[in-house]
Design a protein around this ligand. Structure first.
Ligand code: PBG
Length: 321
């Protein structure tokens, strides 16, 4: 009889036959900075991940670096929201100050979207009739991306799902006189309309004030759209792709990688991470082991990198530096 258990018998045998390995260098830590904030605020459900003031953000990155984290994705929350036809400029210069302090020891990706900037909380500019104004949206998003890159961002991450934004961002970067052709685009390329973004929307103050995002994010029942959206981003010039929410999209990682020949990451989103912290609070799981298990599953499913609120815990979970 074939006995599959023979190779599970000892830790050494399990290590010998393990197919999944990764290092902290493939984990990306999300960070929130709130314009004008003076004291940090806890984010319910995210276990110690905070809304930071500029100064405490800079300190936090220093602590994270000591824990071996080198990749960050920054969410900037503005003090004031704008209506359509705006060009938001963050006043407090967070990106350039972070890069001035930490230079090339960190890679700073900046999330690029409109939802936490607009009064209505949608990821686009709207016409007066409430419909999406795609032309203005793409202009605003590509201007933001360019301004982040000019401030020193190492990469930009459009999370809005509007058609054509990767192409327009690439154009904007490539035509900049200051030399931004080297800036990669990590696209939120397969992003579903999901109920698992709840804790994030509190943190980024980005919940839509009316309606939902179903007219521009992908319907979870539509596998064809999920794959085509990533193919489209690849054709428009994205350098890295991503599925999101990660845990509910692991079936799509390998097909997207196969079809695009690009590397695909997974974003373990706020609701997914909060589920683990809440199970832990109820004494129903061992948090550290469960978190590590989710990362191993992402890797087994073919994810190249993982965006996770727990990146800074990786060293303590025994992940290779
Ligand atoms: C903004 C954005 C969202 C997330 C990342 N960028 C939320 C949304 O689409 O409403 C979600 C991240 C998370 O839940 O951790 N477009």
């Amino acid at each position: 009889m074939k006995r599959l258990q023979r190779l599970r018998y000892s830790k050494n045998l399990r290590d010998l036959t393990s197919e999944v390995g990764f290092s902290i260098g493939q984990l990306i830590q999300p960070l929130f900075v709130v314009e004008g904030l003076t004291r940090d605020e806890e984010i319910p459900g995210l276990g110690g991940v905070k809304r930071h003031s500029k100064d405490s953000l800079i300190k936090q990155i220093g602590t994270d670096l000591e824990m071996g984290v080198r990749q960050f994705i920054l969410f900037q929350v503005p003090a004031k929201k704008m209506d359509s036809g705006f060009s938001y400029k963050f006043s407090d210069d967070v990106i350039s100050q972070v890069k001035k302090k930490y230079g090339d020891s960190i890679t700073l990706w900046v999330d690029t979207c409109l939802c936490s900037l607009t009064t209505h909380g949608h990821c686009c500019v709207l016409h007066d009739n409430g419909k999406q104004n795609l032309e203005s949206t793409l202009l605003e998003i590509s201007n933001l991306a360019k301004s982040y890159a000019e401030a020193g961002a190492d990469g930009v991450s459009p999370s809005d799902m509007n058609d054509g934004r990767v192409y327009q961002i690439r154009q904007a970067l490539d035509s900049s006189p200051v030399g931004l052709r080297h800036i990669p685009i990590m696209s939120y390329s397969t992003k579903f309309s999901s109920h698992f973004y709840g804790p994030f929307r509190n943190a980024a103050d980005s919940a839509p004030q009316f309606g939902d995002r179903a007219t521009y994010q992908i319907d979870v029942r539509n596998r064809t759209d999920a794959i085509n959206s990533s193919i489209r981003c690849a054709q428009e010039g994205a350098d890295l792709l991503m599925v999101k929410p990660g845990m509910t999209s692991i079936d799509l990682i390998q097909p997207i990688a196969d079809k695009t020949r690009l590397q695909v990451g997974a974003y373990q989103v706020s609701g997914e991470y909060a589920a683990l912290t809440l199970l832990n609070e109820k004494g129903l799981i061992k948090f550290d082991a469960a978190l590590l298990e989710t990362w191993q599953v992402f890797k087994r499913a073919g994810a190249q990198f993982i965006i996770t609120y727990g990146a800074r815990l990786a060293q303590s979970l025994g992940v290779t530096p």
